[in-house]
Ligand binder design. Sequence first.
Ligand code: RB5
Length: 154
Amino acid sequence: MKIGLAADHGGYELKNVMRDFLIARGHHITDFGAYALNNQDDYPDFVIPLAKMLAEKQLDRGIAICGSGVGVSVAANKVPGIRAALINDHFSAHQGVEDDDLNMLCLGGRVTGSEAAKELVIAFLEARFTAEERHVRRLGKVKALEMGGSELAE
Ligand code: RB5
């Protein structure tokens, strides 16, 4: 898969572990930085370029890491077409894709250890959106909001 990675200083170490891990598994990686540890850097500078390229479908999936995983998920979800979530458990790592077409996994570099993170990443990457009618319907309502309209039930 074509996978984009991004992290601030809080996720820098885990991103490097993930990059090596994913390359060893045969994935094509685009690394959006940070390229050095700088405690003053800002997560939007890394995750937003990743989110834009993912939204343009130049990547298959994104993985973004900050200290908690919260900041990168908040920022990424501002980009239309991005469905990002902070994931801390195996069930959500695959169910988020199967039901909600999650395209960006967000991790907390200060929360999730590297071995647990690898398992979450595998579950995320191996999962596929089921495209079942109810999930498509729900995502349609999210998409409508993104486009400035609304398809909510009365
Ligand atoms: C940076 O200290 C930290 O706030 C950031 O990495 C992230 O955890 C934000 O959600």
